[in-house]
Design a binder for this molecule. Structure first.
Ligand code: C2E
Ligand code: CA
Ligand code: CA
Length: 726
């Protein structure tokens, strides 16, 4: 199962991480904004409180100056004790003012109160610089009021100016107040007061905010990070002192409340993401492994684990490429096990599988690491031998044949398998992978044709032969379907020239090709699995034709492949029933190859054939393996001396001797004997002299149609009657 495409995983994770980052960032931003807002509000409240406090101080001074009607007492001859008793002392005692001064029209001090006591004018000196701008401001307002007298009455707003000031290490609120009614020479006196900003000043400044660690620092204490601050400024607006405190941080509460659940959420998401990632990775790994397995299966044979045809094609392609670019020669070996089908049929597929596996091991043991060994299917293997010359290729092929010919120990017992190897050596030229394999296959075909258990190199002439055979095979299939076959019969005569029998020979009425000998197309039919159909056609047709010649012995050729079929004898018996013929009138011709190997099944089949009533003739005698022991062991009735001996009679002394020996042997074994391929009178004479009187050949009659045999039989009967009559 795939959760999501692999290439979407990273972007998905990135988006989740980004989203979580934005969320956390937003929380911190909101928290920090809440903190800033709270601090700004506190600062506004405190600044307002400071202003209110300064205004209250100014109002307190004004109340004393206005209510006590201080102005006249400050006139040209000021009443200093009264001023002290009604203004200076109460300001100190009742309101905590540290200092108060009265300045004349010339702005010079004429009264001073210092910490409640009457003091000399010099007490004003330290306050003078800070008070100067306030005094100037008050004087300006006074002058403005005189220019517009309607506005300036005793009940008009007080003319005052206040500011913070730092004097002698203390911070004060200085207030300058114009004392109405004290005018002389057009200018009134000015009362200057100083109230230190102390704990009492600060008390309640926060308007119930309960500020934490509220402190007054001299100067511009702006460097304390995290603290809230409000500056107290002088008349020019420059900071004189700073109130600082630790502001409230509602954002932190927000963080405390929201962060844990968010962090839990993030952790959960992280765990989920990790789980998904792991799952995805496992899935991906499983997919990769699955794919690798599938790829292995697709390119390897399940039984042996060897590369299959597909992988071989790939390796061959590379070998071809190397040949083209670096002229590295290579050889392709096509290996076919010789008696595999027999083992498979006799002992079953389990044994067959064991043979294939053992063969794979042996082939592998003969090859180098760089060679590719493949199973092409069934009992066929191929080897691509890299960097091989003619000698090297021959050595490997020879070794393969030898190794595979050694007996194999299977669970069912010991079996003998052989192998045929076709080799194609590629050392130059442009060629494709398919062609390499085809050439090796053609060479293999040739080995099998020549009798297996060997190897052979590809030669260009093989091509034409094989092409011809392939075409023939295709034609044969059509011919069987369209019934293009018929039988010819060749007479067999005795020593007196009497036709004693005929041999049925298959003929192909091919629509375009000229006449083809069964010697050519029968082996192709055997190879193509068509011999069964052809063989039974021959038998059926011959049985039918033979009804025309009652009492005449008819010989039928049976190929080795036909005979090897399991149910041959049974089907033959069924055919005898069906055609209603007398098997005693028939002779089945088999070749020595059939007897080769001393197979128990062949024994059994031949025994059954004899049981049904057929006679058996050994065809082409003397050409094959000619093991005389066969003649003892098999139920043979007749031997046919091969044409190759007959043809040499009179030409080669040995031929005469061999023929004589065969005739003697036949007699000794109580077998009848016939010579085939008799073409000349001399051959006939010599055969007669050797003791072989029955003959077959062009001299005595060519293979002919049924009518010709009819005619011949009829004329023989007439002459016999004549002879009998005369
Ligand atoms: P064979 O059984 O040895 O048949 C004899 C072959 O020799 C026949 O060739 C025949 O035409 C030829 N022949 C006969 N007398 C002479 C002669 O004096 N000189 C020469 N040069 N040749 C002669 P054919 O008909 O071409 O058959 C060839 C082979 O095909 C046969 O050899 C036989 O092995 C096989 N064959 C023929 N008919 C059948 C059949 O119906 N079934 C099977 N399984 N094989 C068949
Ligand atoms: Ca024959
Ligand atoms: Ca023959």
């Amino acid at each position: 199962m795939k959760l999501w495409p692999k290439d979407l995983f990273a972007p998905a994770v990135a988006v989740i991480v980004l989203a979580l980052g934005v969320l956390v960032g937003a929380i911190f931003f909101v928290a920090s904004s809440a903190n800033s807002a709270a601090r700004a509000r506190e600062e506004a409240v405190v600044a307002n409180g400071v202003n209110v406090r300064i205004a209250l101080i100014a109002q307190t001074v004004w109340l004393h100056v206005a209510e006590e009607n201080v102005g006249p007492r400050l006139g040209p001859r000021p009443d200093l004790p009264w001023v002290h008793a009604h203004l200076g002392a109460p300001l100190n005692l009742a309101h905590g003012f540290e200092a108060a001064f009265a300045l004349g029209a010339d702005n010079a001090p004429f009264y001073a109160m210092d910490h409640g006591r009457l003091a000399g004018s010099e007490a004003f000196l330290p306050f003078s610089p800070a008070a100067a701008p306030l005094i100037a401001s008050v004087r300006q307002s006074e002058a403005d009021g005189r220019r517009d007298p309607q506005e300036h009455t005793a009940f008009a707003a007080p003319i005052q100016a206040s500011a913070a000031a730092s004097v002698g290490g203390h911070v004060y609120v200085l207030t300058a107040t114009l004392a109405n009614g004290s005018e002389h020479a057009g200018r009134a006196s000015i009362i200057v007061t100083a109230e230190e900003i102390d704990d009492a000043f600060l008390y309640g400044l926060d308007d119930g905010l309960l500020l934490d660690n509220l402190q007054l620092r001299e100067g511009n204490a702006g460097e304390l990070p995290g603290d809230a601050r409000v500056h107290l400024t002088d008349a020019a607006g420059a900071p004189v002192a700073t109130l600082t405190w630790v502001p409230q941080t509602p954002g932190e509460a927000l963080l405390q409340n929201t962060l844990p659940p968010v962090l839990v959420l993030i952790a959960a998401l992280a765990i989920l993401g990790w789980a998904i990632y792991r799952r995805g990775r496992q899935t991906a790994r499983a997919l990769v492994a699955e794919k690798a397995h599938a790829t292995h299966l697709a390119y390897h044979d399940a039984l042996t684990g060897l590369p299959n045809r597909l992988l071989l094609a790939d390796r061959l392609g590379r070998a071809v490429e190397d040949l083209r670019r670096r002229t590295t020669p290579f050889a392709v070996h096509c290996i076919d096990l010789d008696r595999f089908k027999d083992v498979n049929d006799t002992f079953g597929h389990q044994a067959g599988d064991e043979v294939i596996q053992l063969a794979a091991l042996r082939i592998t043991s003969a090859c180098r690491q760089s060679d590719t060994i493949a199973r092409l299917g069934g009992d066929e293997f191929a080897v691509v031998q890299i960097d091989a010359d003619l000698d090297g290729a021959a050595r490997l092929a020879e070794r393969l044949v030898a190794l595979l010919s050694e007996p194999m120990e299977l669970s069912v017992g010991r079996v003998h398998i052989g192998a045929s190897v076709g080799v194609s050596l590629l050392s130059e030229g442009a060629i494709d992978a398919q062609e390499c394999l085809r050439q090796a296959d053609l060479a293999l075909y040739r080995v099998k044709e020549k009798g297996r258990g060997n190897f052979c190199f590809f030669e260009p002439e093989m091509d034409a032969t094989i092409r011809f055979r392939k075409a023939l095979e295709a034609d044969l299939r059509v011919a069987i379907e369209k019934n293009q076959f018929y039988m010819a019969y060749q007479p067999q005569v005795d020593g007196r020239g009497k036709m004693i029998g005929v041999e049925a020979l298959l003929r192909w009425r091919h629509p375009t090709r000229s006449a083809l000998s069964p010697a050519v197309f029968i082996p192709v039919a055997e190879e193509a699995g068509l011999i069964d159909a052809l063989g039974f056609f021959t038998l059926r047709r011959t049985f039918e034709d033979s009804r025309r010649w009652p009492g005449l012995r008819v010989a039928v050729n049976i190929s080795a492949t036909q005979l090897r079929a399991k149910d041959f004898a049974a089907r033959l018996a069924a055919l005898v029933e069906e055609a209603d013929i007398d098997p005693a009138c028939f002779e089945l011709e088999i070749t020595e190859g059939v007897l080769l190997g001393d197979d128990p099944r062949t024994h059994e089949t031949l025994r059954r054939i004899r049981e049904i009533g057929f006679r058996l003739a050994l065809d082409d005698f003397g050409t094959g393996y000619s093991s005389l022991s066969y003649l003892h062991r098999y139920p043979i009735d007749k031997i046919k001396i091969d044409r190759s001996f007959v043809i040499n009679l009179g030409l080669d002394k040995e031929a005469d001797a061999i023929v004589a020996a065969i005739v003697k042997l036949a007699r000794a074994l109580n077998l009848t004997c016939i010579a085939e391929g008799v073409e000349t009178e001399e051959q006939r004479l010599r055969l007669s002299l050797a003791g072989c009187s029955d003959m077959q050949g062009f001299l005595l009659g060519k293979p002919a149609g049924v009518e010709e045999i009819d005619d011949r039989l009829a004329s023989a009967e007439i002459s016999a009657k004549r002879t009998g009559a005369s």
